[in-house]
Structures are given as C-alpha cells and as structure tokens.
Design a protein around this ligand. Structure first.
Ligand code: T1G
Length: 696
C-alpha cells in the first residue's frame, strides 16, 4: 500500500487515511494511494469506504508544485469520477481545510460529514485556474447555481455550519474525523442507505450567467479566472449531461492552466510564504514582545497603534501635548470603531482595547515597561535623533527601538542611541492597520535577534514582512519614485495624466500615479522634491507642472483639487482642466513639442522603469531576492496579484525585450534610462529572475 494513503479495515468499512503532511495535498502518491485503496476495498468485499486526513487537515487541494509540469496518471478528475462510480458507499469525514481538489474529492464521495471547525471552499480562481476535478459541476448540483457561483468566483472559505446550510455536507459532528466518520458510515450501512452520486443528481437551475460573467470580469479588474469559472458553472446548468459539463470544465481549466496569470498567481502564493524565510534567521529566537510603545499619534502612529491593539498587544502612545494626546486617542478610537462596524471586534473588545489596553501620555517615562517601540514622528533627521536619544534614556535594556521612517538613513538614527544593535526600521504603509506590507529595514549594526523580533511582530500583526537594506526610499518608495518619474516624463512629452491613469488601472492597479498623488497629498511629494532639488544631478529632466499645481495651493483630495477635481459627496474626481494649461506652459518653457503616445507605449515605459529600478534594488542587495520586490509591490502598492509582481511580470514578458526597450528609451534620455547591471547580466546569461529566486 502507498505510504501517502494508509489502508485499514474496520468491519465492513475500508478506511483510507491520507498522510501527506503538512496539508495532505493531492500529489501523485496520494492520488495513486486513493485509487489503490478504492480498488482494494472493492475487491476485498468491503461495503463502505471512509476517507479522511491525518494531522491537521483533510485534503487542502491539488499539489500546487505540480502545476505546469506534465500531468501524471491517475489524474484528479478521473480519480474523482472513479470514487463517485464506486458501488460501495463512500463517506468523507472532513476537518481542517477541505479546499480545491480536496473538496472535490469530498463532493465525489456519496456522503459528507465534518467537524464544527472545518472550513471548505474552492479557492482555485485565486491561483488563476478554476476547480478542475468536477467542482464546478458537482457543487451547483448540491448548493444551487447562485451559491456555487458566489463560492467559486470568490474562492471564499466557508465554515461547516454554512456548508450544512448550503447542503454541501450532510452532517456536523464534534470529534475525531476517523471516529465520527466510522460511526456515520456504520449508521448508513445499518440503515441501508443508498449510494448517492452527486453527478447523477439533476442539473442545477438557470441564472443570468451572462450578467454573472460580466460582473466577474469587472470585479476581477483584468483577472480572467473568475469569469471563466462562471462559464464552467453555466455548463453544469446547460450542458446535455454531466459528462458534457465535465468536458467543458476541463477545456476551460486547461486554458487557464496555460495562462501567464496562473503563473503570476502561483508565484504570488509561494512568494508570500517564502518572503519571511531568511537564511540569517534560521535558529534565531526573537525577543519576547508583550507590549508596544508608539511615538507620535498622527495618522501613521495611530494606525500602527491600532494594528498592535487589534493583535492583542497593549500600547503606550506618546504625544507632545495634551491636545495631541486627545487627537491621537480620537484617531485610534475612530479606527477601532471601523473595526467594530465591520464585525472584526465586539463592543466588549472595543471597550477593553480603548479603556485598558491603550495608554496615551506625554511623558516618556510611561515607556518604562514596553518591549518594543516604534517611532512615527515628523520625517526629519533632527527630530528623529532627538526622539531616539530620549528612548535610549527611558527604555529598559533589550527593548527593540524601531523607526517608521520612509526615507531617512536608519544608521544615522541608530547612532543617536547607545544601543545601535537594538535599532531597526519598521516601515508601515498608510493606513497602517489596513495595509498588509511591512518593510523591515536592517541597519549596519542591527542584531539578527532584533531582525527576528521584527519578523515575529510582522507575523503577529498579520503583515507581509519584507527585509530591506538601506537606501533612499527603501524597496517600495524607491521603485515608486522611479516609475512615477517615468509617468511624469510621458506627460511632459505629450500624454495626458488621465491617459496614464487609465492605462495603469486597465493593467490592474487600483489607481494610477496621478490619482494616487491626489490621494496621498501632492504637497508631500512637493516637499520631497524641494528637499532633493539642491543635490539633483544637472542631467536629470525635471517636469515643472507638478510644482506649478502645488504652488497654486492645489494638493489633491484634501484641498478638493489636484490633477482631478473632487466634488463633495462624489467618489473619484473629474479631470481638472487647469492641469492641461500648466502642462502646456511647462512644455513651452522647456521647448518640448508634445507628441501622442499609444496606450501600449505608456504602459511599456511605466513598467520598464519599474522593472529596471527593481532590478537595481535586487542587484545592490537592498532586496534579497526578486520575490521580495514582488511582494512589496503587491502588498504595498496595489500591483495586480495576477501578474505576480513586477519581476515575475518581466520574466513572463521576456527580459531581452525589456532591456532592448530600455536601451531605445535611453537614446532620448540616457540619464533616466540607465539599464540595471543585473538586467544586463541576466539577459547576457540567458537567465531569469525566477532562477535567482530559486538559488537564493
Ligand atoms: N500544494 C502544495 N503545497 C501547499 C499547498 C498545496 N495545495 N497548500 C499549502 N502548501 C504548502 C505551503 O506552501 C507551505 O509550505 C505549507 O504547505 C503550509 O502552508 C484540480 C487544481 C491549506 C489554508 O488553493 O490555502 O486543487 O512554506 O504556510 O497558513 O481543482 O496553505 O511550509 O514550505 O499556507 O496553515 C487548491 C492552498 C489547489 C489551498 C494552510 N488549494 N493552501 O494554511 O499553512 S488547486 C488551495 C492554503 C486545486 C483542483 C485544483 C493554505 C492552507 P512551506 P501554509 P497555513
């Protein structure tokens, strides 16, 4: 018998136990084992078969590592059909997470039982595919077309109670999956229950599938799998018979499996898990963090405090004045009210978090007992150094001292203390209690233990934490500054900001760079430009229209006007006609004759700038691996997940073409378009970013 599936006989019941840790993925050995187990049970005269998973879960799906490789027999869809066709009564007993192909095996069984905490779902669309082992045909036969469409197009996991309600399972029972499964199978045998194949049930009802398809396309913002999944469910309702529906599902599945979006999404799945695994952290225990200090209660500090409170960490926040204390408390309470309204916390928890877990004070002495402090004060080196000097004298030994700076040199900040080894950058993204990205910035003297503590905190706050070295803007903002410049250059040369924003949102970003500037406040970027102006290289092209807009007092959403005009009560803005005049004035002053840009060229320049800077960030060792950059862009900058990240996108496009385009743009502006040495090297060696991910 296969090692992945253990076979046991209990009376008339053959028991098949999956043992493929950690998540009982349905890899080739598991599939072979299941097939052999079914055949053996039938040939040995058992009357029922029980399938369940050992360890933490029932099957959590197909083995994603097998995607893109030649499929190996027995294929999962055939195995599911074989299970369903068995003359014996097949029962699945579920615990943990029955996902994707896992739930499909359960749906092919004749009866399903689950423990109360079990979760199930068909999350395939999130990997760029659709349920390919009958899920799109069997689920709607049990739950109806509407419910199946909702579950399959969102990939949402549902609990056992909801599954029972939707008729996806037959029973919920507390206990061990083996014991409850055996009892249920025996009960079915004793009652003479019939074999009950979902594939033999009537086809599900019709709904407006075209409308559902359209809605899925719109919601997917360019992601194709949810819309394709609608068509597969449609086949369940419309196909001549069950077999024809399965065939249609197969065709759609194979198209998606071959798509670049599937590669992008699988890259995102594994990178999200690999990003926190750093060789230097192996075997290093983090320091214990039982409470946290936050310096500064502005939007950022309040967001960080909220994130910590929601993760169960008591917070001591320091502000400068009593008015500052009241404002900070107001912001945090506002954030927590939002969490209360969304059902993330209860009224009792709200009371506990605001009443007991949060302290807001003006005296640094209140920080005496905290284990980790994050500074989120004004972005000025003098101010930050003063804060760190004070922390040094008030915090107990061993406290991790973190700065939330976005641009400043963490080494200089660390030098303001007597304990630079304890200093680290924890760069949150606004709003800090919502955005998933956390850049963990390692300074020259940061100890591995302090770095490990940063990652442990990131995990506790449910962030995607990415290690970054020190440079201007760290990983994310540095790359953003470069692609934003590329956007401004195409506008200076003749494209409109609205064309750029549209091209970028059509690509899959939630917002374009100009709408984003309006949202963040144009004055913030204006201040950074002014700060950089004295040290700017004379060869750098400088668009002026951005500053001209700011000089007129238009800072974006907060003043009601920026690149767009925002009317009260309306979502989004309409183009501000004054912008075109400012751009024309800028062009005239710089002697530029504007030209038209195709959407394709706008996108290509935007993406080439992003990839080139990202390659520099990896080449300089600021990011450890290409996947680190990809995760920063996905979780902090709205990069469409279905492309995997800018460097995965680059691999999928072909690095040679990207480098050639950068060279061609360099003919106009050799200063901005300097090819990254790493990109040059990869192209000359015929290698990809993916290879660097694997070898790191
Ligand atoms: N295949 C291969 N490896 C997997 C895996 C899978 N399906 N699921 C998890 N892993 C690895 C993961 O990379 C990690 O490895 C370890 O297991 C623990 O995971 C025909 C084709 C199950 C809810 O989409 O959602 O079926 O990093 O850290 O937080 O229609 O993993 O330790 O080396 O995430 O407890 C559909 C994907 C497949 C489920 C557990 N199934 N997995 O979460 O642990 S497509 C899925 C998850 C399919 C059919 C189609 C989660 C989890 P490492 P973890 P966790």
């Amino acid at each position: 018998m296969s090692e992945a599936i253990a076979y046991e006989r209990v009376g008339e019941i053959a028991v098949l136990k999956a043992q493929n840790p950690p998540v009982n993925a349905l890899g080739i050995d598991v599939r072979k084992g299941l097939l052999a187990g079914i055949e053996r049970a039938e040939s040995e005269g058992a009357r029922a078969i029980l399938i369940y998973g050992d360890g933490r879960t029932y099957f959590s799906g197909a083995d994603i590592r097998e995607f893109g490789k030649p499929p190996q027999d027995p294929y999962l869809p055939d195995l599911c059909s074989r299970i369903e066709a068995s003359p014996l009564i097949v029962v699945s007993s579920m615990h943990g997470t029955a996902l994707g192909g896992g739930l499909e095996v359960a749906l092919s069984s004749h009866y399903r039982i689950a423990v109360p905490a079990a979760k199930m779902g068909l999350p395939e669309v999130n990997l760029g595919i659709l349920p390919g082992a009958g899920g799109t045909q069997r689920l709607p036969r049990l739950a109806g077309s509407e419910a199946a469409l909702e579950m399959i197009t969102t990939g949402r996991h549902i609990g056992a109670a909801e599954a029972l309600d939707k008729r996806i399972i037959d029973r919920i029972e507390a206990g061990e999956p083996r014991e409850i499964g055996l009892a249920y199978a025996q009960e079915l045998l004793d009652a003479g229950a019939p074999r009950r194949a979902v594939g033999e049930m009537p086809a599900p009802g019709m709904v407006d599938f075209d409308a559902a398809h359209k809605a899925a396309l719109k919601k997917g913002r360019g992601q194709l799998s949810p819309a394709a999944a609608v068509r597969a469910v449609q086949a369940a309702a419309e196909a001549e018979d069950f077999g024809a529906g399965l065939k249609r599902e197969r065709e759609l599945f194979q198209e998606l499996m071959a798509s670049p979006q599937r590669q992008g999404l699988v890259h995102a799945f594994f990178s999200e898990r690999a990003v926190g695994k750093l060789p230097e952290l192996a075997g290093i225990a983090p320091r214990e963090v039982a409470s946290m200090g936050v310096i500064g209660g502005g939007t950022m500090g309040a967001g960080i405090a909220t994130a910590a409170l929601l993760a169960g960490l008591p917070v001591v926040l320091i502000e400068m004045t009593d008015a500052g204390v009241a404002a900070a408390r107001g912001r945090i309470e506002g954030n927590l009210k939002g969490a209360l309204m969304r059902g993330k916390i209860t009224q009792t928890q709200y009371g506990q978090l605001t009443g007991e877990a949060l302290t807001v004070a003006t005296d640094y002495a209140a920080l005496g007992q905290v284990d980790l402090v994050v500074e989120a004060v004004f972005e000025d080196m003098g101010v930050k150094r003063e804060v760190f000097g004070k922390l040094d004298s008030h915090c107990k030994p061993g406290v991790v001292l973190a700065t939330n700076t976005s641009y400043l040199d963490v080494d200089d900040i660390a030098a303001a203390t007597s304990r630079p080894g304890d200093v680290i950058g924890l760069h949150f993204f606004s709003p800090a209690h919502v955005m998933k990205l956390l850049e963990i910035v390692v300074a020259a003297q940061t100890t591995p233990e302090v770095l490990a503590t940063g990652f442990a905190l990131g995990k506790r706050l449910k962030k995607v934490a990415v290690r970054s070295g020190i440079c201007d803007g760290f990983i994310g903002n540095r790359i953003m500054n470069t692609y934003r410049k590329a956007a401004e250059y195409v506008v200076l040369d003749g494209a409109s900001p609205y064309q750029v924003d549209k091209v970028v949102t059509d690509f899959g970003f939630p917002m374009g760079p100009f709408a984003m500037g309006d949202l963040a406040g144009l004055d913030i970027n204006w201040a950074a430009r002014k700060r950089r102006a004295p040290t700017r290289d004379p060869r750098e092209r400088v668009p002026r229209f951005y500053e001209m807009l700011c000089e007129g007092g238009d800072f974006g959403q907060k003043t009601g006007k920026g690149f767009y005009i925002y009317e009260d009560g309306k979502r989004g803005g309409v183009p501000n006609p004054q912008v075109a005049e400012l751009i024309a004035e800028d062009q005239e002053q710089q002697g530029i004759t504007p030209r038209a840009f195709s959407d394709a060229e706008v996108l290509r320049r935007y993406m080439c700038a992003m990839v080139n800077e990202a390659a520099k960030v990896v080449g300089e060792g600021i990011a450890r691996r290409p996947l680190d950059v990809d995760m920063v862009m996905l979780f902090g900058f709205g990069f469409p997940r279905f492309w995997g990240g800018p460097l995965k996108w680059a691999d999928l496009q072909g690095l040679e073409g990207i480098l050639a385009d950068i060279h061609s743009y360099a003919a106009e502006d050799g200063f901005f378009w300097q090819p990254a040495p790493l990109l040059d090297k990869l192209v000359s060696e015929g290698r990809s970013f993916e290879i660097l991910n694997q070898s790191a």
